[in-house]
Design a protein around this ligand. Structure first.
Ligand code: HEM
Length: 139
């Protein structure tokens, strides 16, 4: 198996036009960020060329995953692989910050739901108690 070339962000950002369009896609859960030359795919993309050009020369992993692309889309993607994304210190820092932000958002969501649940249970218990004492007074 031939070794994949490694590209730095500095190199990748230069390929950000319709005539020359690279994307970074992938993350730690699927073999790491990789570099794809999707220039020839722009006109064939079912989601349109525009969305790809918006993220040309950049990390498009979050967008790619958010759409929920099919298995076929992933197979198609593999045809355009040209190399690995070599993380320099700045890129690593950026990815780490994005991952932390994502996990914080998820954590925030869970704790908001938990607080809401506790509040609902609290109100229900209080209501139940008032009903009970009202019942006791009637007796
Ligand atoms: C080379 C990389 C990509 C490939 C091979 C690819 C492939 C595909 C394919 C095959 C579809 C049809 C639906 C499916 O089979 O999942 C699709 C739809 C779509 N893709 Fe991509 N895609 C790529 C990158 C991206 C990126 C980076 C974005 C966003 C920035 C994007 C946004 C969309 C959108 C918006 C749709 C339409 C979804 C819909 O109408 O339901 N794609 N793509």
């Amino acid at each position: 198996m031939s070794e994949l070339k490694e590209y730095t962000l500095e190199e990748i950002v230069k390929h950000n036009t319709q005539e020359d369009c690279w994307l970074i896609i992938g993350n730690a859960s699927n073999g790491g960020p990789k570099v794809y030359d999707v220039t020839k795919y722009l006109d064939d993309h079912p989601g349109g060329a525009e969305v790809l050009l918006d993220v040309a020369g950049q990390d498009a992993d979050e967008f790619f995953e958010d759409i929920g692309h099919s298995k076929e889309a992933r197979k198609e993607l593999s045809k355009y692989l040209i190399g690995n994304f070599k993380l320099d210190a700045a890129a690593l820092e950026k990815m780490k910050a994005a991952a932390e932000k994502r996990s914080k958002n998820e954590g925030g969501m869970v704790s908001t739901l938990l607080v809401a649940l506790i509040a609902i249970v609290g109100v229900a218990v209080a209501y139940y108690k008032t009903q009970q004492s009202a019942g006791a007074e009637e007796k």
